[in-house]
Design a protein around this ligand. Sequence first.
Ligand code: FCB
Length: 455
Amino acid sequence: MPTKSPPSGFLWGTATSAYQIEGSPLADGAGPSIWHRFAHTPGRVLNDDTGDIACDHYRRWREDVDLMASLGVNAYRFSVAWARVLPEGTGRVNQPGLDFYGRLVDTLLEQGIEPMLTLYHWDLPEALDARGGWASNASPGWFADYAQILYRALRDRVRLWITLNEPWVITAGGYLYGDMAPGHSSPHETPIVAHNLLRAHAAGVASGRAEGIEHIGLAVNLEPQYPASPSTDDIAATARRDAFINRWFLDPVFFGRYPAEMETIFGTDWPDFTASDLEALRAPPDFIGVNYYSRSVVRADPTEQPVGARRVRQETRPHTAMDWEVYPQGLTDILLWIQGRYGNPPVYITENGAAFDDPPPIAGRLHDRERVAYLRSHLRAASRAVRRRVDLRGYFAWSLLDNFEWSYGYAKRFGLVRVDPVDRQRLIKDSGRFYRDAIRRYGAGPRHGDLPART
Ligand code: FCB
């Protein structure tokens, strides 16, 4: 039973996702997911790494909740593995899989940590992929049925829900570029998949409303786009890339229409959606989850299809180990953009963080100075937006743990906590200590003063 009431006020959290940390993907009756299959297909993931062990969180979850408590966070964003709950994707519920998340939620609440539950963070049950996956017309119904099971099981304890994590990455990575599961490269399938994901979000919101759920969000990866030059070509290319990455999913859920640029981008592959198809997508979330990492400076380039635009590397600026430019002002800009375009909805920063090649630990300490600097500058950027009245409700650092970074395997480390690659021992990095200090001093939110200058 919960011993502390859930926190009100600003949420300070860390974020993870199921396949990236849990390990034991087939334990206790779970079915395989598309990421399990993808990672086990030679050549798909760097070094052929898999999520078979990952951070071993499925077995060490109590230790991880204790770690969060020692960091002083009052919230935790995690995702549920659909195939643990429904091994075939639909139909029979696997009770041990559902119970795992129930125990996790209870233990979080005992420690005063508010759970934020993401229903889908990319690990579609393999059985559903065999039935067409997100390209199938039936997929929104599968998702709504799955969501209803979770709502009913956990609505008495989980207040904050997210339908989908980054529908853009699911669509573009999984069905256009093919570097993510299920690994298709089909410009024809791509807009259909995006449409089905939007229908799934709408169906997930409707099913949540029917179950009395009040806080349902959508988490999107946002990346402000700036033209490389004032030329009309670069400005038009920037608008296309902005539609493609930032507006493709948010415009339909708020306005019931796609950005006009989408048809230019996809040409004959863009389906003929009817007015009622589009209206059915309107399902404004109760909050937007913003996943922010970097920006793009954009140049027109007809050889880069389908958008006809490419990102220009800013050689003089710092980059992370993902080769993403460190650009904190982009976070302020994108938060202000949401405020202006979508009517100042409540926002959580549901992911923000950086991969760096960490130095080895020495005497129980890991001095990840670049990650500390990244966090500090981005928290300041968030506070600039708050001063301009963005309705920011919380910040979730990506990630609690070094984990399985999709097609990069274990090569890219985002954790505030190091996970030893051999024995999976946890070690709080300096960035974790910095975050703990920031939370202690500014618990009420980044608007209340400046952030700590040193760890
Ligand atoms: C986001 C994903 C998350 C993680 C970070 C680095 O796109 O949502 O799972 O991989 O990037």
